[in-house]
Design a protein around this ligand. Sequence first.
Ligand code: ADP
Ligand code: MG
Length: 693
Amino acid sequence: MRPEILFPLFRAITALAGVGPRISKLLEKLTGPHIVDVLWHLPSSFVDRRFAPKISEAPDHSVVTLDVTVMKHHPTRNRRAPYKVTCFDETGVMDLVFFNARGDYLEKQLPEGATRIVSGTVERFNGVLQMTHPDRMGTEDERAEIQTVDPVYPLTAGITNKLMGKTVRGALEKTEALPEWLDPAYKTKKKWPDWQDALKAAHTPQEESDLYADSPPRERLAYDELLANQLALALVRRTVRRAAGRPIVGDGHLRNKIRAALPFQLTGSQEEALKEIEEDMAQPLRMLRLLQGDVGSGKTVVALLTALTAIEAGMQAVIMAPTEILARQHMETIEPLLQGTGITPTILTGRNKGKKRTAILDQIKSGEAQLAIGTHALFQEDVDFHNLGLAVIDEQHRFGVHQRLALAGKGQHVDVLVMTATPIPRTLMLTAYGDMDVSRLREKPAGRKPVDTRVMALNKLEEVAHSIGRMVQKGARIYWVCPLVEESDKLEIAAAEERFDHLKSLYGDRVGLVHGKMKATDKDTVMAAFVSGEIDILVATTVIEVGVNVPEATVMIVEHAERFGLAQLHQLRGRIGRGMDASTCLLLYGAPLSENGQARLKIMRETEDGFIIAEEDLRLRGAGEVLGTRQSGLPEFKLAQLPAHEELLAAARDDVKLILDKDPELQSERGTALRTLLYLFEEDATVGYLRSG
Ligand code: ADP
Ligand code: MG
């Protein structure tokens, strides 16, 4: 149960003054549904209103706070002319300027003869100082609220900065001091403030450096979040690990048969991974290992050989995919490979209902089904295994962290291998999996040739268009990828159609076009023509990113490559270099190329290693923007910024080790505070893994 001290923070944002149903909808999208989410919404900059010069000394285009006396109102004669109020101080006169103003309101706010404080941006017009729509106006008594530094927040349409500021102030009022969960020595060393003070300070930046990721208040808040993340992962992992495993050692008779029947030799990476996995399985502890490898790196065969180890040892194995389609794909790949072994894989997905399902469940229960392939339908309550030894989870990132680890906790003594195709930078690995053991398939299966990648300015496009004719004559097949046009599918398709017409004028019927808005059947027809070689040049938008395998394709041209994410370029390039012939990738960029853009394309030229590319992408763009992160199931942090806070992440991991060594059930005073921290970051479920306090 969430501790009472946090109740006010987990009330709906509508409990804040000024947040009605309309605003709350907008605000919820921007920050989240609870008051605590508003607290996590930190300012991105600030407006400094402390500078209070005299009228004659106010610099053009600056934000100033002025002490003035109201001289005269000049009501507007027609709607388009502004309403002006002339004011003065001992150095000169100025105009306050209002469009669409209500005279009665202004007369009340700015009575002639009264002294007022006004704050806003000023400029000179025909030599006269003007402030158009002051941000703040008030009396001498209100100086403290006017002559300040205003935080500036990331906003969304319908939410003004003023409203955001007010909402945050309201949320801050709901906070109280929380018991300290930080290690006192570490906190002192870092010169970090208490939690509540850190929040208040982070929301009231006074100078530029207060916005930096390494300012003490921001660091502390980021550390809190990372600590909660690492603690939660460690608790889940410990629970999984605690259930003792059984040593699983096979005699190799099935694996040897399959290996002999494979039409290829395993790569060094695959052999290495299998060795690591088999060593884990042989231990009396449970295996919890991640197998990482780009699409096409050969994970399926590793999964199959791992499953066979368990089956040789007399146990059952499951291979679980996130979707029906992927489960069936696994079935199609694996079934023929098993011919001659006497093992028939069973498939169970959500599609199996009624009698059919009952029959499958019976096979699984009796142990007759030695290898079951399927979706999460395999892990429903009523699925009983006879003797499950291994679960392979091909997750493609669609399972959440806790879900995934909890699944593993479901079966007794089951070894778990998680497979993922996204190269995850090390930093993010730690946030998503904690200290999980990892095997990586870095080597490509034999027969893949390195791709020669070149970077070229777009003004060479005409030359490129002509030169591909020679390549086509030599039998090459070519992908021509048209630029990503942000926010407009229409423009994107128009660009692809234009390129299609252009290339058609050169090469006639040898050219085809696919884009995302085409009917699936039409797409399939064009793709089939490209596969069969009926057409040699395929103009495409990024739809070819997924699931296309044409080994004869050896050339990839990408227009406006600088607009693509690195991960996306990597995926695109992965479409070539699959056959016997050498491949070339041409990345055409629109000049001038930004420094960041140059750095990114340079990486593409220098490496084909998805892991290096992912690391560099993170370094150059930050965690939030690494392509696919959002859909990937990786945790998104609200306060921690990776890679800027990378060192804090490592520190949090080490901190957690010490904490759980000393106080495994979080029973001490600090332990209790750490429980509160887990609730604060909505890791409620993981508190369930602790003995009650
Ligand atoms: P993924 O890692 O994306 O799941 P797959 O397991 O589907 O990759 O393998 C991609 C293709 O590579 C398959 O056709 C598979 O048979 C083949 N393959 C796997 N390992 C090797 C290898 N060592 N040598 C050659 N081809 C291999
Ligand atoms: Mg796969």
